[in-house]
Design a protein around this ligand. Structure first.
Ligand SMILES: Cc1cc2nc3c(=O)[nH]c(=O)nc-3n(C[C@H](O)[C@H](O)[C@H](O)COP(=O)(O)O)c2cc1C
Length: 325
C-alpha cells in the first residue's frame, strides 16, 4: 500500500508505533521497522543524551530500516537535557522525530536543518493546524480513545479524523483505538494516510516488557480504562487497578484542591516497576480502550502482515462486493 506517509518516511506499510515510556526500547522499534512499519524509540525513557545515543546505536544493529525517536515535552521541575537529547538524535542519523506534549517550534530549525521529518502528535485540530504552520511534516491525530494523554477536548476519532482531513494539508495518521485492518481501512476512509498504534504493539512477542503487562492487556475489555489527573488538566487514560481506584478516590475527595503531590505515589516513577518488573498494581500506566480489541500476542511481523492482508480483503472483497456487478 502506498500513501503520503509511506512515501514520506520510506516505509512499506502505513503503520507507526507511537513512542511509549518504558516500552519504546530498541527491541520494539526495530521489530516494527523490520516488519515494514516505522518503529519509534522513546527518548525520555533513556533520560540522558549518552543513554539515548547508545539506544539509537543499538537499534541500528537490529535493523537497517528507518526508525524514529519520540520526544515528549512535559512540565517538569527538573527538565531533561532536551538540547543534548536532540543533538544525539541528529548525530545518530535518525531521520524521523515524533514530538508530543507541547509545541515543538523551538526545535524545528535544527531538525529541518538536519533533514529530519517531524511528526507532531496532537489531540485537537487547532493544535494540528499549529503544527502544520510551524513546518511539521505530518501529524499524528490522537483521539479520545487513545492510551496516554488524550487532552481535554474529549473528541473521539470518528469526528476528529474527518475534521483533521477537512482542515489539514500535510499528511496525518490516525492514532488512538487502532488495532487491526478494520481500523486501518476506516482511518484511510476518513482521510488519514496511515495509523499510529500504542497499546496494540505492547501485546506482541517482541515488546520488551514483562509478560504480566501483555497478559493484562489481553485480559482487559474496552471497559477497563480510566481517566486520571483530569482535575490537574493533565488527563491520562490508564488501565484500571487498585492504585488507579485509590487515585480517583483522592481526586473525588480533594476536588479542585488536588495537587500533583497528593497523587505522586500512584504516578511518579511507576513505569519501570510495571513495565520491567511486572508489578501491575503499583501505579497508573497508560493503556487505550483498544485493549478490548486485543485477542492475542502475535509477533510484530504477524500483526503487521495480518493488518495489511486483511485490509486488502476488506477493500477488495467486502467493500467492493457491496456494489452489484
Ligand atoms: C504504555 C504507554 C506509554 C506511552 N508513553 C508515551 C510517551 O512517553 N510519549 C508519547 O508521546 N506518547 C506515549 N504514549 C501514547 C502512544 O504513543 C500513542 O499515541 C497511543 O498509545 C495511541 O493510542 P492507542 O493506545 O489506543 O493505540 C504511550 C502509550 C502507552 C500505551
Amino acid at each position: 500500500m502506498k500513501t503520503r506517509i509511506t512515501e514520506m518516511l520510506g516505509i512499506e506499510h502505513p503503520i507507526i508505533q507511537g513512542g511509549m515510556h518504558f516500552v519504546g526500547f530498541a527491541e520494539m522499534a526495530a521489530a516494527v521497522s523490520n516488519a515494514g512499519g516505522l518503529g519509534i524509540i522513546t527518548g525520555l525513557t533513556q533520560g540522558t543524551p549518552e543513554k539515548l545515543a547508545a539506544e539509537i546505536a543499538r537499534c541500528r544493529t537490529m535493523t537497517d530500516k528507518p526508525f524514529g525517536v519520540n520526544m515528549t515535552f512535559l512540565p517538569s521541575l527538573t527538565p531533561p537535557d532536551y538540547p543534548g537529547l536532540f543533538k544525539v538524535i541528529i548525530d545518530g542519523g535518525v531521520k524521523v522525530v515524533e514530538t508530543a506534549g507541547n509545541n515543538p517550534a523551538q526545535w524545528m530549525p535544527m531538525l529541518k536543518e538536519a533533514g529530519i521529518k517531524v511528526i507532531h502528535k496532537c489531540t485537537a485540530v487547532r493544535h494540528a493546524l499549529k503544527a502544520e504552520s510551524i513546518g511539521c511534516d505530518a501529524v499524528s491525530v490522537d483521539g479520545f480513545e487513545c492510551g496516554g494523554h488524550p487532552g481535554e477536548d474529549d473528541i473521539p476519532n470518528f469526528i476528529l479524523l474527518p475534521r483533521a482531513a477537512d482542515e489539514l494539508t500535510i499528511p496525518f495518521v490516525a492514532s488512538g483505538g487502532m488495532a487491526d485492518a478494520r481500523s486501518l481501512v476506516a482511518a484511510l476512509a476518513m482521510g488519514a494516510d496511515g495509523i499510529n498504534m500504542g497499546t496494540r504493539f505492547i501485546a506482541t512477542r517482541e515488546a520488551p516488557v514483562h509478560e504480566n503487562v501483555k497478559k493484562a492487556i489481553l485480559a482487559a475489555s474496552e471497559l477497563d480504562t480510566r481517566l486520571v489527573m483530569r482535575p490537574l488538566r493533565n488527563t491520562e487514560r490508564v488501565m484500571n487497578n487498585p492504585a488507579v481506584e485509590r487515585l480517583l478516590a483522592k481526586e473525588k475527595a480533594l476536588g479542585a484542591n488536588i495537587k500533583f503531590e497528593d497523587i505522586v505515589e500512584e504516578v511518579a516513577g511507576v513505569y519501570p516497576k510495571i513495565m520491567l518488573n511486572g508489578d501491575m498494581d503499583v501505579g497508573a500506566w497508560s493503556c487505550g480502550m483498544v485493549a478490548g480489541l486485543v485477542y492475542d500476542i502475535p509477533t510484530v511481523q504477524e500483526l503487521i502482515d495480518r493488518i495489511m492482508s486483511e485490509a486488502d480483503s476488506i477493500i477488495h472483497k467486502r467493500l467492493n462486493g457491496l456494489y452489484p456487478a
